[in-house]
Design a protein around this ligand. Structure first.
Ligand SMILES: NC(=O)c1ccc[n+]([C@@H]2O[C@H](COP(=O)([O-])OP(=O)(O)OC[C@H]3O[C@@H](n4cnc5c(N)ncnc54)[C@H](O)[C@@H]3O)[C@@H](O)[C@H]2O)c1
Ligand SMILES: N[C@@H](CCC=O)C(=O)O
Length: 514
């Protein structure tokens, strides 16, 4: 088996790649508006309760119509997963890994098609969608190899007269509850990590991106994953999600999403219910309020570029997005003025158009929430760019910059999850670091400086799970930058890292006297 390598991104400056992507978009467009079933134990089930998936760039375009489950069907899915677990747990780790490698190969062949679905269903620009698909492939290639590594004989101290072995065995049925913002990569990573470790899954996809999750179910089927190992159960989070979280047979919950929902899941999962005979494990990856710290001695253009890319990529809808630029007073005006100038040049438009910088935000709820925060920002700071809706038949918002924001202001503290960045002035580097650590989150951060000692200070003191120096704070790569945060950003798990699969296993020691 060859060593893990990240899937390369597509170079859209090449005409052939652009043509291939256009062809994929046309293919996907010809498939819009279809109906999608629930899938339980391999059985396709239609219900009367349907939810429409809409293109956020064009509200008249229906991406698909998806049957939603109720709690009776959720129970059926749980039973299917419990049954499948009895056989899946006995499949060898190598064979389980091969399913992931096969699924990765299929996805690689259909790469542009999947990216095109994300352009239309999630409003991702071409490069953002392409990176999402590449990351999904990476997760499968990486976790497959990791499971093989964990199934090797594990190093133990030997003592005479005994044969000792440690095995990483699966947990049981897991509820996988992903977000919509990396509708392929995160959903695939969470699902396949659980599965390759020998567990079975009830997957409750994020409603705005139900169709992409369904398309991935087709890949798992083609890759030969047995029925019932992953069950596709769309439905409202509050109803179907909570049903799985509180079910006595749920062994673990793998959640990625907001702080509010993550904390609720954690609380519900902690309550033992009749018929439950384990402590449920909760893996929760949650929100962020991420900062880029700009020091006085720095490459100003690098700082500007890092802030703009991290704040406005995918319209700021990344848990890793820079929503606070904490800038040393000596360079504050220059960095601010250059960020504002660059922001004003950004193109907002339909995600299907190559060359846009920002597509829409995901739905009306996000749109209204972000616009409300922009109004709050107008009270809390000086509006320098953007400040409201952008044109189009979709959820378009102008990239927005606020200056002179107090470190304790709401737009400095609360996750907005949209294209809004707050500039905060720092007296010196110490002050900048203390502001950077002043939220309840701890996900990503960057420091832009030429000062080696300041980098070393930040290495020790900037308390985030993913800290970057002299670069943007988004775009973690599987295997290269294991991803996950501290504090209210989650349970300190690291997706795409060597510790991740352990979260979905339990270690069994067998000691034989010789
Ligand atoms: N830390 C990370 O790695 C990471 C990665 C991506 C996104 N996020 C965070 O995700 C959020 C955006 O995603 P979102 O809007 O989909 O988040 P969300 O919390 O609204 O929803 C996430 C998932 O939870 C489900 N859900 C909602 N209510 C539920 C409930 N009561 N019980 C069980 N499930 C429920 C949703 O249907 C969805 O599938 C942001 O806060 C972002 O920072 C974090
Ligand atoms: N892993 C992604 C963020 C995922 C959350 O939205 C990044 O590093 O930018």
């Amino acid at each position: 088996m060859i060593e893990f390598r990240n899937e390369p991104f597509t170079d859209f400056s090449q005409e052939a790649n652009r043509r291939d992507f256009e062809t994929a978009l046309e293919k996907v467009k010809s498939e819009l508006g279809k109906e999608y079933d629930i899938i339980i134990g391999g059985e396709h089930i239609k219900t009367d309760r349907k939810v429409k998936s809409i293109n956020p760039s064009n509200l008249d375009e229906v991406i698909g119509i998806v049957s939603e489950a109720d709690t009776a069907l959720a129970e059926k899915a749980m039973q299917a997963a419990l049954t499948a677990f009895e056989s899946w747990k006995k499949v060898s780790p190598e064979a389980r890994a091969r399913v992931l490698f096969k699924a990765a190969a299929i996805l690689r062949r259909k790469k542009h098609e999947f990216s095109a679905w994300m352009v239309l269903e999630a409003g991702k620009s071409w490069p953002e969608a392409d990176a999402d698909t590449a990351e999904a492939i990476d997760f499968m290639e990486f976790y497959g190899r990791e499971m093989i590594r964990l199934s090797d004989r594990q190093p133990l101290t030997s003592i005479p007269g005994e044969d000792n072995n440690l095995y990483y065995i699966p947990l049981g049925v897991g509820a996988v509850i992903p977000p919509w913002n990396f509708p392929l990569a995160i959903m695939v990573g969470m699902t396949t990590a659980a599965v390759v470790a020998g567990n079975t899954v009830v997957l409750k996809p994020a409603t705005p991106t139900n169709v992409i999750a369904y398309k991935f179910m087709e890949i798992l089927k083609e890759a030969g994953l047995p029925d019932g190992v992953v069950n596709y159960v769309p439905g409202p989070g509050k109803e179907v999600g909570e049903f799985f979280v509180t079910h006595p047979k749920t062994r673990f919950i793998s959640f990625t999403g907001s702080r509010e929902v993550g904390l609720r899941i954690n609380e519900l999962a902690a309550k033992t219910v009749p018929g439950q005979k384990w402590i449920k494990r909760v893996v929760a990856e949650m929100g962020g309020k991420d900062s880029i710290v700009v020091d006085s001695d720095c490459d100003i253009d690098l700082a500007v570029d890092s802030i703009v890319k991290s704040a406005f990529g995918f319209s700021g809808q990344k848990c890793s997005a820079c929503s606070r630029a904490i800038v040393h007073q000596d360079v504050y005006d220059e960095v601010l003025q250059k960020v504002v100038a660059k922001t004003k040049e950004l193109k907002v438009g339909e995600a299907k158009t190559l060359g846009i910088d920002l597509g829409p935000v995901i739905d009306d709820k996000a749109y209204n929430k972000i616009l409300e925060y922009i109004e709050i920002g107008k009270q809390e700071g000086r509006l320098m760019a953007g400040g409201g809706k952008a044109d189009g038949n979709g959820y378009f918002i102008q990239p927005t910059v606020f200056a002179d924001v107090d470190p304790q202001a709401r737009i400095s503290q609360e996750e907005i999850f949209g294209p809004v960045v707050a500039f905060i002035k720092a007296k010196d580097f110490d002050h900048a670091l203390s502001i950077a650590n002043n939220t309840e989150f701890g996900l990503t951060g960057s420091v832009i400086t030429r000062n080696r000692m300041h980098l070393e200070r930040a290495r020790e003191e900037f308390f985030v799970g993913n800290l970057y120096f002299n670069r943007k704070c988004t775009g973690a790569l599987v295997g290269v930058h294991p991803f996950g945060g501290f504090n209210m950003s989650g349970t300190d798990s690291k997706a795409g890292g060597r510790d991740y699969l352990l979260l979905f296993t339990q270690a069994k020691l067998v000691s034989e006297a010789l």
